[in-house]
Design a protein around this ligand. Structure first.
Ligand code: 5AD
Ligand code: SF4
Length: 483
């Protein structure tokens, strides 16, 4: 008699309490192993992956696509042709979650028309207990739920979902291991993402990420360096180093002292035109990092430095571990080492209890820094985080009004930031035709400025010189400088 399969092993829901615990243990590094029995299970079938949220998710989706292609699935943009649809979700704010629930509702008829369709949800939302409960109760057409720590197990989950026709739910709440050599289908042939670390131990009081992405763990420098070398050899022109807080890179190493500054310094030696990184936390941006960035070479003159608020009492309530004064000092230090550096930021308005005066401190800080750009957000309570329990007496109207005033200031500064490139010749890594005109090419400078200019499509993928003829708030316009 055939042995009865135990499907309950694929029914494991997340717990925010377990996700919060930070155990002292060594991080295991394992290699992705393709399972022979599953080779070809996607032959003749199609997949469609939809990504929400940050670059980390974009990069995870490249692994999901790579794994599905290894199983034989081919990509499709047409949801109706797909045999498996996966939504890689974001939990950072409530509206990001609402979009996913809306999308799941919209996709339901596809499932009615094609009962064999596998509909999967992964990413940060699936690490939340309340979301998984809701999916299980109200979204019964979702077949597969997995989390951020177990993407490498996708072949097994797809296999189980196919043969069992039951819902497969497998979310690991504890910190994950590091899995090297996952297959990847990179979305871009000249710009690549490279993870340098996973997780976050900062626990900013408003943020869900330390719960959904687990404990901080760094990849070994040799693995990061090899990956950047491989991308360079494959013709990539730009690499973005990814981590929730890249400044904490290496702090978890037990056998060596090696920090983010050391990594930047080693990567500075590699023959690839451009390297940038995201995201940096201001409190541990150290001297070595600044000195290394000042060497320039392949290190781009661009730093994303989230400030969140310009008021010390709010920064304390956010558990940000720096002050307005130390942040401004860091900006001065960066600018004295790299005078033309472009600085962007993230700002939250309407944090619980934020007064008008406290908000005005954020306005004055933004004015003093003169950011090249900023992502601005209205505070969104996230279940399980400390800030969600804080008294919040700021009205919705006030929050919207603050966002509006802040955006007006940020846009004016972005315009000033762009004006400084007027009549200058800048290097542009060309990505492709601009949104509105095929005869106009689009790309980014070393300062991460978007440039549009007339050129032939032959320049796509190359770094070319462009003279800036017009600076606008959202982009620069220029003309190709021929050699
Ligand atoms: N509400 C609003 N914005 C948030 N962010 C993180 N958590 C929240 C929240 N609960 C913002 C921060 C962070 C960016 C990625 O998202 O500004 O830097
Ligand atoms: Fe969230 Fe703070 Fe970690 Fe960034 S550093 S992911 S804002 S907890």
């Amino acid at each position: 008699m055939a042995e009865e399969k135990d499907y309950s092993k694929y029914f494991n829901k997340p717990s925010l309490k377990d996700a919060k615990s930070r155990k002292r243990r060594e991080v295991n590094i394992e290699d992705f192993a393709a399972v022979k029995e599953m080779a070809g299970i996607g032959q003749g079938k199609h997949y469609h992956v939809k990504t929400y949220g940050c670059q980390m998710n974009e990069h995870d989706s490249e692994a999901i696509a790579g794994i599905l292609e290894q199983l034989g699935y081919a990509t499709t943009d047409d949801e109706k042709l797909a045999d498996i649809i996966i939504l890689n979700t974001c939990a950072i704010r409530e509206n990001a979650e609402n979009r996913v629930f809306g999308e799941l509702g919209r996709l339901k008829p596809l499932k009615v028309n094609n009962p064999d369709l596998i509909l999967g949800v992964c990413g940060c939302m699936s690490q939340e207990e309340s979301v998984v409960e809701k999916l299980l109760k109200k979204y019964q057409h979702v077949d597969l739920i997995f989390g951020t720590h177990n993407i490498h197990r996708l072949p097994e989950y797809v296999h189980e979902a196919l043969i069992s026709k039951e819902r497969v739910v497998e979310v690991w709440s504890g910190e994950g291991d590091i899995v090297e050599n996952m297959p990847r289908r990179r979305a871009n042939a000249v710009k690549g993402w490279v993870n340098i670390m996973y997780g976050c131990d900062e626990f900013c009081t408003y943020c869900i990420v330390p719960y959904t992405r687990g404990k901080e763990r760094s990849r070994l420098p040799e693995d990061v360096i090899n990956e950047v070398r491989e991308l360079a050899a494959a013709g990539y022109k730009e690499v973005t180093l990814l981590g929730q807080n890249v400044n904490a890179y290496g702090k978890d190493f037990q056998d060596r002292t090696y920090t983010f500054g050391n990594l930047l310094d080693d990567l500075n030696e590699i023959d690839i035109p451009r390297i940038r990184f995201t995201t940096s936390h201001p409190h541990d941006f150290d001297e070595l990092m600044i000195a290394t960035l000042a060497k320039r070479g392949n290190l781009m003159e661009y730093v994303h430095l989230p400030v969140q608020s310009g008021n010390n009492a709010i920064l304390k309530k956010m558990n940000r571990r720096y002050t307005r004064e130390s942040y401004l000092q860091l900006v001065r230090d960066l600018r004295s080492a790299i005078p033309d550096v472009a600085i962007t930021t993230d700002i939250i308005v309407g944090f619980p209890g934020e007064t008008e005066e406290q908000f005005l401190d954020t306005m004055s800080l933004a004015e003093e820094v003169g950011y090249d750009g900023a992502y601005t957000f209205i505070y969104s309570p996230r279940e399980g985080t400390p800030a969600a329990k804080m008294a919040d007496d700021v009205t919705d109207l006030e929050k919207k009004d603050r966002l509006y005033r802040l955006n007006a200031l940020i846009n004016a500064d972005a315009n000033t930031g762009n004006m400084r490139f007027q009549d200058q010749v800048v290097e542009v890594l060309v990505e492709g035709p601009s949104k509105n005109d095929d005869a106009v090419m689009s790309g980014y400078t070393r300062h991460q400025k978007l440039v549009n200019f007339k050129a032939d499509a032959a320049v796509i993928g190359q770094i070319v010189d462009v003279r800036i003829t017009e600076a606008k708030t959202w982009h620069l316009y220029g003309e190709l400088v021929s050699d």
